[in-house]
Design a protein. Structure first.
Length: 76
């Protein structure tokens, strides 16, 4: 959990945590910690492999390359 007010104060989230308090342990991530956010890590890898020293003929071409990259990338 990232302590964002919409997430932290949401009635749905509070209800869910209360209903599952015996099986869930909330883990609050430090503010501004992109190193803990998986999507940030994935985007950083993609930026290094898709943007550095590359030029695309159009935005559509760039979108297509991103799509192919994420569908075929092996993360192991």
């Amino acid at each position: 959990m990232d302590k964002a007010p919409p997430h932290f104060k949401s009635g749905k989230v509070k209800d869910y945590l209360e209903e599952n308090k015996d099986t869930l342990i909330p883990l609050y991530l430090p503010t501004a910690s992109p190193e803990f956010m998986m999507l940030e890590q994935v985007w950083n890898i993609a930026k290094r492999e898709l943007l550095v020293l590359k030029q695309y003929s159009s935005f559509d071409d760039f979108k297509q390359k991103i799509s192919i990259y994420f569908r075929t990338k092996s993360w192991s």
